[in-house]
Design a protein around this ligand. Structure first.
Ligand code: HEM
Length: 378
């Protein structure tokens, strides 16, 4: 009798589990099909400016300045994002020889040419926190002595081309409106509201929450051992493209970084220091472009969408070599802190495009001016 009861209960539980599994799989298949239906090409190959973007941008600037003030804590005024540097290093960026003509655009027009560059490596957080905490890691490259008209009227004498990237391929918001809502909630300390702005489930941004969580990843062994993405798109001559910088150890002499003590707050700086200064070993990367194919789902106006490599491959346009050097000195570190990188510091051939980049134009300038002014007053 008891055995029959147990068998029946077992059968019932087994069937219930099977049903739940079936319903779960069906739900997953339906939502994947819905996502694919919503996110299919073709997409516009031109920018589409959303109504009200200028006013939202002003609002975001106020929030960004509020964040800079909140994070000051008696130190110098730091960046609103990517406040902590692992170091600024000198580098050489050599345009790939034998580039086919569609890839010879802007600063990549002359195969074999070598640009001198500065690279700032950073953690993403607005607080200079321990490197072992989950975070995005940034790489900002500035090519020097770039001829031609600069995008910003007041930067004409600088002759620069910046590439500002972090080590995740997509962003946790789609556009300016969502960024405004998200960052205001965070600045107010209401983190849950950043992705769940109201009780209405249609406003919930669960996919974007997962992107945010994935962006905050464990630290790499060294800033030279992770891949950085432009995330947002840029002009690439007449085409639209995203950039990526990936480690290229085969172009450098073989080197194995000794394990670092990851309990130390600044072990990413130590790793960089160990390789470039102590062991006198260079680091190598490739700089690649991924050109938009507008017949595929590769939108300009939604930075939460990763452009799939199966839709358009990354193509190498330059090789970056960071030679052995002593970058970690008080003088160079202060200069590093005082540098500004901005996707809009550059030439027309690589004009930043899309709402998030239009927003960055105003915000980077406002925050950079604010922290430089306040630091000069101290
Ligand atoms: C597309 C995605 C983005 C990427 C890949 C990115 C990456 C970076 C990196 C690497 C830095 C540090 C630059 C340096 O080393 O000096 C930085 C700084 C900064 N980012 Fe972003 N960012 C993105 C989006 C945004 C957005 C949407 C905003 C706000 C509207 C923003 C605001 C800032 C600010 C204010 C700074 C500091 C600028 C300064 O004071 O010099 N970023 N970003």
């Amino acid at each position: 009798m008891l055995i029959t009861l147990w068998l029946r209960l077992g059968a019932f539980l087994g069937k219930t589990l099977l049903w739940l599994l079936g319903i779960g799989l069906l739900g997953w298949a339906l939502s994947s099909a819905w996502f694919a239906w919503q996110h299919r090409g073709p997409v516009p190959d031109k920018e589409q400016v959303a109504p009200g973007e200028a006013a939202m941008t002003q609002d975001i600037i106020q929030t960004a300045i509020r964040i800079v003030d909140q994070h000051r804590e008696g130190t110098r005024y730091l960046r609103d994002a990517h406040a902590k540097a692992h170091g600024c290093v000198m580098a050489e960026v050599q345009v790939q020889s034998g580039l086919p003509s569609p890839l010879r655009q802007g600063v990549f027009a002359e195969p074999g040419k070598t640009w001198q560059a500065t690279i700032r490596l950073s953690n993403g957080n607005a607080y200079p926190q321990f490197d072992s905490l989950r975070d995005a890691r940034g790489m900002a490259i500035k090519l020097l002595n770039v001829p031609g008209k600069q995008l910003l009227a007041d930067r004409q004498s600088f002759g620069e081309q910046d590439f500002v990237m972090f080590n995740h391929p997509n962003f946790f918001v789609s556009d300016v409106a969502e960024y405004r809502q998200n960052v205001a909630a965070q600045a107010d300390g209401k983190k849950a509201m950043a992705f769940f702005p109201s009780l209405d489930p249609r406003t919930w941004q669960i996919r974007h929450l997962f992107i945010a969580l994935a962006t905050l990843s464990p630290a790499p062994a060294s800033p030279t051992q992770t891949t950085y993405f432009s995330v947002s798109p840029y002009k690439f001559g007449e085409a639209n493209a995203k950039f990526r910088v990936a480690p290229d150890p085969d172009s450098c002499p073989s080197y194995t970084l000794p394990p670092q003590n990851q309990d130390l707050p600044n072990f990413l700086r130590s790793a960089l220091n160990q390789q470039l200064s102590t062991d006198r070993m260079p680091a190598c990367f490739v700089l690649q472009v991924q050109r938009q194919d507008p017949s595929k789902y590769m939108p300009i106006e939604d930075t939460s969408i990763e452009w799939q490599e199966s839709d358009a491959p990354f193509e190498t346009v330059a090789r970056i070599k960071v030679p052995a050097q002593d970058f970690d000195t008080p003088k160079l570190n202060l200069a590093c802190d005082n540098q500004s990188f901005n996707p809009w510091f550059g030439i027309e051939a690589h004009r930043p495009i899309g709402g998030i980049n239009r927003l960055r134009k105003a915000v980077y300038e406002a925050v950079s001016d604010y922290r430089h002014r306040r630091n000069a007053e101290q």
